[in-house]
Design a protein around this ligand. Structure first.
Ligand SMILES: Nc1nc2c(ncn2[C@@H]2O[C@H](COP(=O)(O)OP(=O)(O)OP(=O)(O)O)[C@@H](O)[C@H]2O)c(=O)[nH]1
Length: 345
């Protein structure tokens, strides 16, 4: 885990129950948690007034929010819960307006905006549009056309602005994520991207999606820098990344995780396929001209990403193999076979 990840995880630790949680989970739980004190007093007030139907709607909303918090807290699953909360909230809001009339239409605005916090903008817009049509159906007999139009136009504008804001924020987040995870020199993933991909694979529940990890290191790269200069060294790094791209599948993920250290997550590759890929890469680099008048070679350590082990253990195992390849005289591939690993050549 990078230092930034550790510090942001620390910031949310009190909310996460000691577990690392996605931002979406926390937003959904916070939204539900804030809804409870916002709705509960009205539910109690209506109970005291004897407005049983309205009180029942309020109490159902409060109980629903509480159930969602418990579900997301325990399972970490937020996608279906987000959709469920939005639909549940919208139905509650419509029922309240139906039961108590137009004076409660103010609840429509925060309810609809909340949808953009927990759902993709297009899904939120679709649900809110259906909600708006239903609202018009409820209010059409109670209001003059001009008043109904005012409500429709203001709700429409609130949705339009919320949609544009959510869409732009999503786009910026995506761009930021891409930029933060790219190696500026070679254009492949950086260490942060590698750590995220390893963590994702560790959490992947489908057992047939196996992968292997290759760690590659340029041999005697210091000599290249010392003899030809840093710019020539940079050119070698760029050319090596290009060669790696050509020799891997589009589903494989490439990273520069250190100065002259690269990694590949070979998707769908068991240990034998990964060993063949590593050997092919080693031979391709040895026979390519990455630097004119100077032979360039790489050493590679390979390990199977066994789900019984952690990302840190995969990295340590591959690093051990890389070290062994260096000890073996370099320009070599070492593969972690043994009882710990699922496959052998
Ligand atoms: N040009 C360039 N050089 C880099 C970059 N990052 C690290 N290096 C160089 O990579 C070299 C790594 O040297 P060492 O760790 O001694 O490894 P080595 O010379 O490759 O030796 P072995 O790994 O043992 O084969 C150093 O000279 C670093 O300056 C970079 O971004 N560009």
């Amino acid at each position: 885990m990078s230092r930034t990840d550790i510090s942001s995880a620390g910031r949310w630790r009190w909310l996460s129950g000691g577990r690392q949680r996605r931002q979406e989970e926390i937003i959904l739980m916070l939204l539900c948690a804030l809804s409870i004190p916002s709705i509960l007093p009205f539910g109690i007030y209506r109970l005291l007034q004897g407005s049983w139907a309205s009180a029942a709607v309020d109490m159902a909303l409060v109980s629903g929010m509480f159930a969602v918090i418990v579900h997301v807290w325990r399972t970490g699953r937020y996608q279906i819960a987000s959709l469920g909360v939005t639909i549940f909230y919208s139905l509650g809001m419509l029922t309240t307006v139906y039961l108590r009339g137009v004076s409660l239409v103010y609840w429509v605005y925060p309810t609809m905006i909340a949808a953009y916090f927990v759902l993709r903008p297009t899904v939120a817009l679709a649900i809110n549009s259906v909600g708006l049509v239903a609202l018009v159906g409820i209010l059409v007999s109670q209001l003059a056309v001009v008043n109904l139009m005012t409500i429709v136009v203001t709700i429409g504008l609130v949705n339009l602005f919320a949609y544009i804001f959510a869409y732009r924020t999503g786009l910026q987040n995506k761009e930021l994520h891409t930029a933060v995870e790219l190696d500026f020199l070679t254009g492949i993933g950086n260490r942060r991207a590698l750590e995220r991909k390893l963590a994702e694979h560790a959490q992947e529940r489908r057992p047939h999606l196996e992968s292997s990890l290759l760690l590659l290191d340029l041999d005697h790269f210091k000599q290249v820098n010392d003899q030809y200069g840093h710019a020539a060294g940079d050119k070698v790094l760029i050319r090596l990344a290009e060669l790696m791209r050509r020799h891997t599948r589009s589903s494989d993920r490439l990273f520069r995780y250190g100065g002259e250290e690269f990694a590949i997550i070979a998707s769908g590759a068991g240990l034998s396929a990964a060993a063949r890929l590593a050997e092919g890469l080693r031979a391709a680099v040895a026979s390519a001209t990455l630097l004119e008048s100077h032979p360039i070679t790489i050493s590679i350590g390979v390990t199977y990403m066994n789900k019984e082990h952690t990302p840190a253990e995969w990295l340590a195992q591959a690093d051990k193999m890389l070290y062994a390849a260096k000890q073996d005289g370099r320009n070599a591939v070492h593969v972690a076979y043994g009882s710990d690993y699922a496959e052998s050549l």
